[in-house]
Write a protein that binds this ligand. Sequence first.
Ligand code: NAG
Ligand code: NAG
Ligand code: NAG
Ligand code: NAG
Ligand code: NAG
Length: 521
Amino acid sequence: MQGSNFAKTMHSPFFSALALITSAAGLALAADVSNLSSCLKTASANVFPGLKEIAIDVWKNPEIGLDEHHAHNLVVDYFTHVRPGEWKVTPHAYGMPTAWKLEFEFRTPATPPNAKLPVIGFMAEYDALVGIGHACGHNQILLNGLAAASMTRQALIKLGIPARVVVIGTPDEENGAGKCQLQKTNAFKDADVWFMAHPTSANAIQPMNARINALTDFKAATHQEAVRKAYEALVAVRDLATGGLPGTSSSVVPVEEVGMFECNVVQGEISLGINGTSLETVQQIVSSILDTTYPGVSFTAAYDNDGGVNLTAIGPGGHASESTKGPLVLTIETFRALSSQDGISFYLPGNTTLGELGIIFDIRSRYTRDLNSVFDAVKAAVGTKADTIETDTVYPALEITPFLPGLFTNLVKTPDFGSQTWPISTFAPASTDAGCIQNAVVDPATHALVGADKVIFHPNFNICAPGGQCAFNHEPAFHDVAGTEYSYGQTEIVARALAYLAVELLNDPAMMANATAILGK
Ligand SMILES: *[C@@H]1O[C@H](CO)[C@@H](O)[C@H](O)[C@H]1NC(C)=O
Ligand SMILES: *[C@@H]1O[C@H](CO)[C@@H](O)[C@H](O)[C@H]1NC(C)=O
Ligand SMILES: *[C@@H]1O[C@H](CO)[C@@H](O)[C@H](O)[C@H]1NC(C)=O
Ligand SMILES: *[C@@H]1O[C@H](CO)[C@@H](O)[C@H](O)[C@H]1NC(C)=O
Ligand SMILES: *[C@@H]1O[C@H](CO)[C@@H](O)[C@H](O)[C@H]1NC(C)=O
């Protein structure tokens, strides 16, 4: 690991030489931050390599939500043993076994002892997806949070800015809404402004959708009847979705609870057994359905040992917010085409004993307030076919807070941050549990953000190298993208840009006031 000499020398008599002038009112004047960019480059050279090793280890050892013990221990051990004394380290924070907290506070000799210090928080995620590892790149979110906070810390010391920095490791972003659980314990009370950044296939500052899952279960006396009930519900929900859901940009994407599955990942392979018709008929029907509106989807069909035809649809998989036609849609449409014919039954190839099939309907909508009506519509479409229908934690929509996005886009345009274009967009590509922390209040008529509990700045950043491999989050190939040298380089730049804004905010009360103007309304 890199030595921590840089940081240690910072605690030298250096401060006594600092030109920290105290005004008549007893308030410290803002420090000169004209050298902030070069200061952060020095800090990055010091902290980034060691933190990158942690992120690579996490990428190589993916752990799903609430099971991130290795990732938790890597961070806790690093800041306890490799960089002792730099941060106050709290393992298993807020009663969550895989949450952690890092805290740092800096005061100069001129800081009045009772002065309330300005605070910035950073969030880190490190959970992976079932079966496809870090196909959402949360190893980079971990690295971004740790690196941005560490760079901020060193710059505060170097420039003599009294402030506090908090980092929270937030478990299970994908399914259990770890941040919503942490929020209930007041974990984010320390700071008004929280930073995070998410790797994806394009740079953009974007809102995120509201999300809820309808967890349904179909039971019957026979396996074949259970499969039929489930597929009838799948057809009804498809018709609902194509006919127009309530709300804005709403979507509903089904996931079959068979084999390895996860609510927010479109399955890459779905098998449906069809009994009572010929292989030729199945091939002909499927070929007539499968057109260019099914991107990358193909199928195989063959007689199997269960006495019918094993139709297996294969596709790229992907993100359950995309609502592209994947393998499951192809089997649903095949079911629709064949189900009314006499003597035909359906089953799960190789798994024909259980009289039960579970389906998760992954529901998204642009605004939180519309989520219930979309859920109600799905529930009505499923009707009495399901024996149970439950919901999981709501992920509220994340709205773009004004002020910081403009500062960020101007900053990353500069050569120090790779001269990058960073659009501010209204398109919501996915969902995040950070919506629970923001708790946005949106005008029902105009959808304008009118208030929030916290300022959450959450830019999405491109980790696909120009001309190199690319994929979208939750596609299996995104796992590879999230392990490239290019992706680590992009994370370094974004972390440094967030650190830049953090130091500016901590140094300038007027700027902090502008950033937090939306709060408490
Ligand atoms: C900023 O860096 C320049 C060049 O390294 C140096 O001359 C100047 O004194 C620095 N300013 C501050 C405020 O540290
Ligand atoms: C398929 O139909 C045949 C003939 O009725 C029956 O023997 C077999 O058990 C069925 N298989 C499945 C999986 O439904
Ligand atoms: C169904 O077909 C797919 C694709 O050929 C195959 O991978 C799978 O093992 C088959 N299932 C059974 C139970 O034979
Ligand atoms: C068999 O089906 C049941 C319910 O449909 C599911 O829970 C289970 O995972 C399946 N088993 C396999 C090996 O796919
Ligand atoms: C705060 O916002 C006001 C109004 O937009 C602007 O004039 C001022 O320059 C901002 N101050 C800082 C420090 O960003």
